[in-house]
Design a protein around this ligand. Structure first.
Ligand code: NAD
Length: 498
């Protein structure tokens, strides 16, 4: 299916789009057993569809299916290069169905189709290809022993992996987790975000079309408390890989302790600083990154550079350029228009939450330079906002807003910037802009964050890990380590003596 080129073509395709709204268990779409919930299109505020609201019984069925597939071993014991072929075929199918994936996510959570086409869909296909290629590169070791023994270690899949996903990059976030879990030979039970549950069902269907046995990838839809919690509490689930808020991430640790001590990996929230030092080389480039880093994808990005720490020697010029360009950079529009670079926020609740933070910023004495108002159109839109005169103790500097709201804080040199940058519970990402090599390395070492950048922001590819320090998480996605986190080491001691 070719990717539409105009707004009219996207709308035509959206009107014809057919999709599943149930669960996916043992290689088949399964209708809702009990209730359904409504997904609302945030660009129109109109209901989009009714989706199966799964519960513990559905989770039991999916875990049993995953367990059966794992025990039967068709996938787990498949020659790694054959698994590689299946995952590569899935990557090709994602590309073939790019327009459908784009619409499914865009209609549910409001992301502009241009972002889906440029980033989410190709990055998801790339992720499957990257982990496909790693399928046959998982190795053990032979250790040094006395001559009466031979000892080696091997890495084995864990069993059934539970994945709980957020709504902001629905397809891409699940690709980051499913691809390594599957490449390592595990079975998966996925609980997508209730706000954007549709692309996961298409992915599961295409995985079977690519040649995977039934039961290796199962999807149960539903709310976190009803479907996510039973998955994380399940005694037959060997690991929970979670991406979402820090508050929910902490619950995963509790669930693991209350059940079978399963492994837990967490990708959680952030309040990431971008430090702009007085000796930065290219102010225009830095301002461009600052604007895109906080306003891109409606600010609904865990690693958004939402705190701008600007040296007092350049703050006047930086602020003037940010105001001039930042208030025009993102314009609310129809997400299905390829020209649109700013869609709505995901839900009415999120809209109210972001507006609440904007009101709080004003109340606490920050200066609203522009934006923060609601454009005159249906849907849950908010215009990007810049606050200056922000103190790092203010709510808008401490709490994750998950909307297009920038907090500019004046700093006095690198040490002051690092002190403020690290004065947060979060540690997801951080950057420094400088032309001084020593300052660059000092900032990389000094920033308490899992992902750091120098003279750029939000770059990366499947080879670079994505992970949080502090309360932004533990464990991580992508890269070889990402794959290994879905395996466990076994020690084998062979007695050779008499
Ligand atoms: P959320 O924590 O509300 O929900 C995430 C997922 O957890 C959803 O599938 C939800 O249904 C499920 N869930 C909720 N309560 C649960 C419970 N009690 N038990 C089991 N599952 C439960 O987060 P969200 O609003 O969907 O996503 C936004 C958050 O995700 C932000 O904080 C953002 O920073 C974070 N995020 C982090 C990354 C990262 O890689 N670090 C990436 C994207 C989003």
């Amino acid at each position: 299916m070719p990717v539409p080129q105009s707004r009219a073509e996207w709308h035509l395709l959206a009107a014809e789009l057919r999709y599943s709204t149930g669960h996916f268990i043992h290689g088949e779409h399964v209708a809702a057993r009990t209730g359904r919930f409504t997904v609302v299109n945030p660009a129109t505020a109109e209901p989009l569809c009714e989706v199966a609201a799964g519960d513990a019984t559905d989770i039991d069925a999916a875990v049993a299916s995953g367990q059966r597939a794992f025990r039967e071993g068709t996938w787990r014991r498949m020659a790694p290069r054959d698994r590689l072929d299946v995952l590569n075929r899935l990557a090709a199918l994602i590309e073939q169905h790019a327009a459908r994936f784009t619409l499914l996510d865009s209609l549910c959570m409001g992301k502009p189709v241009r972002d889906m086409v440029a980033v989410d869909v190709p990055q998801s296909a790339l992720t499957f290809r990257y982990f496909a290629e790693l399928s046959d590169k998982v190795e053990g070791t032979v250790t040094a022993t006395a001559v009466d023994a031979f000892h080696y270690t091997l890495r084995e899949p864990l069993g059934v992996v539970g994945i709980i996903a957020p709504w902001n990059y629905p397809l891409m976030q699940i690709a980051w987790k499913i691809a390594p879990a599957l490449a390592a030979g595990n079975s998966v039970v996925l609980k997508p975000a209730e706000q954007a549950p549709l692309s996961a069902l298409l992915l599961a269907e295409l995985f079977v079309e690519a040649g995977a046995p039934p039961g290796v990838l199962n999807v149960i839809n539903g709310y976190g408390a009803d479907a996510g919690a039973p998955l994380a509490l399940h005694n037959d689930v060997a690991k929970i890989s979670f991406t979402g808020s820090t508050v929910t991430g902490k619950k995963m640790l509790v669930y693991a302790g209350q059940s079978n001590m399963k492994r837990v990996s967490l990708e959680c929230g952030g309040k990431s600083p971008q430090i702009f030092l007085a000796d930065l080389e290219d102010m225009d480039r830095a301002v461009t990154y600052a604007i895109n880093g906080v306003f891109g994808v409606m600010g609904e990005v865990c690693s958004a550079g939402s705190r701008l720490l600007v040296d007092k020697r350049i703050v006047k010029e930086f602020t003037a350029r940010f105001i001039e360009r930042g208030q025009k950079a993102y314009v609310a529009g129809d997400p299905l228009d390829p020209e649109t670079n700013m869609g709505p926020l995901v839900t009415k609740k999120q809209h109210e939450r972001v507006l609440g933070y904007i009101a709080k910023g004003r109340e606490e004495g920050a200066r609203l330079e522009f934006g923060g108002d609601v454009p005159d159109r249906p849907g849950f839109y908010v215009n990007p906002a810049l606050f200056t005169k922000v103190d790092n103790r203010m709510t808008i500097a401490q709490e994750e807003i998950f909307g297009p709201v920038a907090a500019l804080i004046e700093v006095d040199g690198l040490q002051d910037a690092l002190r403020i940058a690290n004065d947060t519970i979060y540690g997801l990402a951080g950057s420094v802009w400088t032309s001084n090599l020593r300052s660059a390395h000092e900032a990389v070492r000094g920033l308490e964050a899992g992902t750091t950048y120098v003279n750029c922001f939000d770059h990366g590819d499947p080879t670079s890990p994505f992970l949080g320090h502090k309360q932004s998480g533990q464990g991580g996605d992508k890269c070889l380590e990402g794959l290994l986190s879905y395996t466990q080491v076994k020690s084998a001691w062979i007695h050779l003596g008499s």
